[in-house]
Design a protein around this ligand. Structure first.
Ligand SMILES: Cc1cc2nc3c(=O)[nH]c(=O)nc-3n(C[C@H](O)[C@H](O)[C@H](O)COP(=O)(O)OP(=O)(O)OC[C@H]3O[C@@H](n4cnc5c(N)ncnc54)[C@H](O)[C@@H]3O)c2cc1C
Length: 382
């Protein structure tokens, strides 16, 4: 029977050296940023921060130098990610492009697309959104209906994408469209495109979330024209490509570090001499965190070795998001404080932010049930 392949390993010395460099950069750049702002972590969107991070060589780290990359290892990149998230750096303005759109173009894009987009992404100058979900297609992504029909010089697109994070403040999206309807074969006839979000025929409408925030959008395509040179990979190969992209999206430390600020603030709150109950809770959270980190690191090592860790990445995302979601509950049970927004102590506001956002952790990037299906299939159980 198939089984999980998590191997314990140590980070090489060059990765630990990068840790010093990124810590120094973050300390200088983030300065006195408040805990409440740091709690946003990968929800924070700050183009100036991304530009400075790019200038310092921390975006596109593993990409070839000829495309503006730095030819460093996946493990050095991992250290930059975990330090950025632990510090609560605002990563959204470069995150999607660095994590998935850039690697997708490296793998499937044309030479012209790589030269045109990758150097700018590595400089932190281009923000990308993800155009996958549609009003009736979330988990069942292959059922999307947005049509891209062949016309002279390109494609004419009609349909709607939904839950598109930051589309209103991004430059481009990588979007999945249906270029051909193949009866009874929904995984066929799909294609991926680079979409300039400022193009004519594209309307972006805000969706305000339950917490009153705007990061989601509906993106409407009405006879929008996408030129031929914006097709990514082969027409009709979209399903294989998009599943590769989803693997990039699921394998990083962001899948267990979203609530890290609350652990840090909890430790500050209970002080240097916590009672026994607080010490047990913090010890338990720390042990879980250390284990998850080791599992996640083992995935980075497999990626570095050119292996395919899809099954293990699904496990880390499932267990990791359960951990992230548990932290606000554990804090509430321990201290009995109430979450607050906008007013109150910094600790209460960090708590408030995470209570509000934790439910979404197990939805974004593929729901818990879908991941468990992938795990079961990977283990040969279904
Ligand atoms: C914070 C956040 C950011 C997001 N950002 C983006 C973005 O930028 N771009 C983008 O394209 N999408 C984005 N999404 C959308 C996200 O990918 C979808 O919400 C997700 O894939 C689930 O789809 P759905 O909402 O349509 O739910 P559904 O697919 O309708 O699922 C509803 C429920 O049914 C369960 N379910 C569905 N199918 C099965 C099955 N076969 N077996 C067992 N259970 C099942 C699900 O687990 C879930 O609990 C984002 C979502 C969130 C929460």
């Amino acid at each position: 029977m198939a089984t999980f392949n998590f191997q314990l390993g140590e980070l090489p010395p060059e990765a630990e050296k990068v840790r010093e460099e990124i810590r120094d950069f973050l300390a200088r750049t983030l300065g006195g940023t408040s805990a409440t702002k740091r709690a946003l972590s990968w929800g924070g969107f700050d183009r100036e921060f991304s530009r400075r991070l790019g200038e310092a060589g921390f975006i596109g780290m593993t990409w070839p130098k000829k495309y503006g990359g730095h030819e460093r290892s996946a493990l050095e990149r991992y250290v930059v990610l975990e330090e950025s998230l632990a510090a609560g750096a605002p990563t959204s303005a470069h995150w999607v492009a660095d994590r998935q759109s850039g690697p997708l173009l490296l793998r499937f894009g044309t030479e012209e697309q790589r030269q045109r987009f990758l150097p700018k992404i590595a400089k932190g100058e281009l923000a990308f959104a993800i155009g996958m979900s549609e009003p009736d297609s979330g988990s069942d992504l292959a059922s999307i209906r947005t049509r891209a029909e062949r016309v002279e010089g390109g494609y004419r697109v009609n349909g709607t994408k939904i839950w598109t994070s930051n589309a209103h403040i991004s430059d481009y999206a990588i979007a999945l469209f249906r270029t051909k309807v193949v009866p009874d074969k929904k995984h066929e006839g799909l294609s991926q495109f680079l979409v300039d979000l400022k193009s004519e025929g594209i309307g972006i409408r805000p969706i305000i979330d339950l917490a009153g925030g705007h990061h989601f959008n509906e993106v409407h395509f009405q006879n929008a024209f996408v030129p031929d040179d914006m097709l990514v990979g082969k027409d009709g190969d979209g399903w294989t490509q998009v599943t590769t992209e989803l693997a990039f999206e699921r394998s990083g430390p962001e899948r267990y570090l979203s609530s890290i600020r609350l652990i840090i603030e909890l430790i500050r709150e209970v002080g240097a001499e916590p009672g026994e109950r607080a010490a047990v809770v913090i010890g338990r959270l720390t042990a879980h965190l250390a284990t998850l980190r080791q599992m996640s690191l083992s995935i980075a090592m497999m990626l570095q070795a050119g292996q395919n860790p899809n099954l293990e990445a699904a496990v880390v995302k499932d267990v990791g998001t359960s951990f992230e979601q548990e932290i606000p509950e554990v804090v509430h049970a321990l201290l009995g404080v109430e979450p607050r927004l906008g007013s109150g102590k910094e600790f209460e506001r960090v708590f408030g932010y995470l209570v509000e956002h934790a439910p979404s952790f197990s939805l974004r990037g593929g729901t818990r049930e879908i991941l468990r299906g992938i795990i079961a299939r990977g283990l040969g159980l279904r």
